[in-house]
Design a protein around this ligand. Structure first.
Ligand code: SAM
Ligand code: SF4
Length: 327
């Protein structure tokens, strides 16, 4: 097995798989205001096609899979896919990133199918604001999803908050308090620019500013960074949970990037911020052998750029929108 190493020596062991381009939310930082036209269902990879790509990736050293979207829980029978992926030799963990709306009713069955852990997106604890940011009522249903995931034993349960200046950045302490009472890791994420997502420099609160604000109220004790050094975790005195920062804009972590993305329509996208992708779907459907598909994946990895340009240049570049790529 030759590992998936790119032109800069980075070995890829982690694949994020978007299982759908559909969503039951319309988050202002993700979905363009006019929405996106969902692709015909036949354009999306089937579970068997996803499992085949995952298995070919596992043969090249991939050990970790994260299911994402769109919203993964709107794809019917998701536990069936989790079970298929867990059965692939070499795949050690299957996890999921979700908006949490349908998590309370799905957490146990997903755990039984072999899901290890979950990241839940939650950007505000205030109902009126929740509706403004996501386009649907909340956040009680999402909080119930988080609590059910904890009860079901998914581990870890992480909470992702996209911090937007003037929108929800006054809630940083409220999320620390959220972690005080629950064994979750809250991750404060810098707002990233994508096509038509309203990004402006003033809306991006850098990690340093978030950290400084929190340090006025809390003693944050540094913990070990996550794989690839992306998350900087901190324990909060007296809290059941912890907090962390993801700083793709102010201190991007491209040098340690070990991830690939598979879009819902079957393209391998090695960098979130680069237009380069290699489309596998037609090859999968016209009888390409595993060696051919593996070579296509390898070619995508070899074309991965060293890093992404600064935020303002990205904002002007017109990348696919986040919902379309799969987070
Ligand atoms: N629907 C699922 C969810 O919301 O968790 C999975 C897909 S979503 C695109 C994946 C992650 O991307 C979420 O945690 C979301 O908050 C994050 N995200 C989307 N747009 C973003 C942006 N402009 N800046 C930072 N994070 C973003
Ligand atoms: Fe949907 Fe997730 Fe994007 Fe929100 S962040 S619109 S929940 S895909």
């Amino acid at each position: 097995m030759t590992p998936l190493v790119d032109g800069f020596g980075r070995t890829h062991t982690y694949v994020r798989i978007a299982v759908t381009d559909r969503c039951n939310c319309r988050c202002m930082y993700c979905m363009p205001p006019g929405g996106i036209a969902p692709r015909p269902k036949g354009d999306l990879l089937t579970f068997d096609e996803i499992a085949r790509v995952a298995s070919i990736c596992a043969g090249m050293g991939v050990t970790k899979i994260r299911l994402t979207g769109g919203e993964p829980l709107v794809r019917r029978d998701l536990p069936v896919l989790v079970r298929l992926l867990r059965g692939i030799p070499g795949i050690e963990t299957v996890s999921m990133t979700t908006n949490g709306v349908l998590l309370a009713e799905n957490a146990r069955v997903l755990r039984d199918a072999g899901l290890a852990s979950v990241n839940v997106s939650l950007d505000t604890l205030r109902p009126e604001r929740f509706e403004r940011i996501t386009g649907r009522p909340g956040p009680d249903g999402v909080v119930a999803g988080i609590d059910t995931a904890l009860e079901a034993g998914l581990d870890p349960v992480k909470v992702n908050m996209v911090v937007m200046g003037g929108v929800n950045d006054d809630e940083l302490p409220d999320f620390v308090e959220f972690a005080r009472h629950r064994p979750v890791e809250v991750r404060f994420i810098e707002f990233m620019p994508f096509r038509e997502n309203g990004w402006a420099p003033a809306g991006m609160v850098p990690q340093a500013a978030m950290q400084e604000r929190l340090a006025r109220r809390y003693r944050l004790q540094p913990m070990n960074g996550g794989p690839g050094g992306k998350v900087r975790g901190f324990a909060v005195e007296g809290a059941a949970g912890s907090v962390g920062f993801i700083a793709p804009m102010s201190d991007h972590f491209c040098r340690a990037c070990d991830r690939l993305r598979l879009t819902a329509d079957g393209a391998v996208k090695p960098c979130l911020f680069d237009g380069g992708e290699v489309r596998l779907r037609d090859a999968l459907r016209t009888g390409a052998g595993d060696d051919t598909v593996a070579a296509m994946i390898r070619s995508a990895v070899l074309a991965k750029p060293a890093g992404h340009p600064p935020a303002a240049a990205l904002a002007a570049a017109g990348n696919r929108s986040m919902i379309d790529i799969g987070g």
